[in-house]
Design a protein around this ligand. Structure first.
Ligand code: ZN
Length: 235
């Protein structure tokens, strides 16, 4: 069951009051899982770590502002905090690119003040950039994609438009700061190497993975590394 609590929060920038939700438990069911760790959740904004002030649109880290007292909220007279997806709704022109630009902007600001926060934003960016090609995945079987790539001898750079500009630099930086602490995280690191075509490094990470609860993802990523595939895929 998914449960959450509601709390008043105050914007560190303008000090105005609003309310926000915090998850207390979350159950993933009927979700799609991808090799880059993205999970298609039914209510993804509940998982957001970043909120925006509804009054001045400043970004805030949820953990900095959430007080967690389960108070009675005066919904008629208080507004709800915004999410980044509210700034750039899907129907807006270039919504994807605008969201990417927004993440790049906050990465470059004082808002990203700890490496754990930089990792969070860069993971979001990674998933967002993959979203542009992720949708193809379910309709084009991987077998055919592999065949097409083999025949056309496509270079990684031509994979998609943002590869050199955003995708590769983002993963290279992520690999510098991401320090896996368990088998799942090491598997994710292998996936980062794989998606920029560092198959040797990916294999090295995979050789050190231990203690996984579920081996499916491990086997699928290892197979993809052996075949020198670099695309994100759905499990
Ligand atoms: Zn504000």
């Amino acid at each position: 069951m998914t449960t959450f609590q509601t709390s008043y929060i105050h914007c560190p920038n303008c000090n105005e009051k609003m309310y926000a939700y915090e998850l207390t438990s979350y159950l993933l069911n009927n979700t799609e899982v991808y090799s880059d760790g993205k999970v298609e959740a039914s209510n993804p904004i509940l998982l957001d770590e970043i909120l925006l002030c509804v009054h001045c649109e400043s970004p805030m880290w949820k953990e900095d502002v959430f007080e967690g007292n389960d108070e009675e909220i005066d919904y008629d007279n208080t507004k709800e905090a915004l999410h980044i997806s509210d700034l750039f709704p899907p129907f807006m022109e270039d919504s994807e690119q605008k969201t990417i630009n927004y993440f790049l902007k906050i990465l470059d600001s004082d808002f990203t003040d700890k490496s754990i926060r930089e990792i969070y934003i860069r993971m979001k960016l990674w998933h967002l950039l993959n979203d542009k090609r992720r949708s193809l995945k379910s309709t084009v079987p991987r077998f055919f994609k592999r065949l097409i790539n083999k025949i056309s001898k496509k270079k990684p750079e031509s994979r998609f438009q943002d590869y050199n500009l955003y995708f590769k630099p983002n993963l290279i930086r992520l690999l510098q700061i991401y320090k896996p602490e368990n088998g799942e995280e090491l598997l994710l690191k292998a996936e980062m190497h794989r998606e920029i075509g560092d198959f040797e490094q990916a294999l090295q990470c995979l050789n050190n993975v231990e203690g996984l609860g579920n081996e499916n993802m491990f086997d699928a990523i290892k197979r993809a590394v052996r075949r020198k595939e670099y695309e994100v895929f759905r499990l």
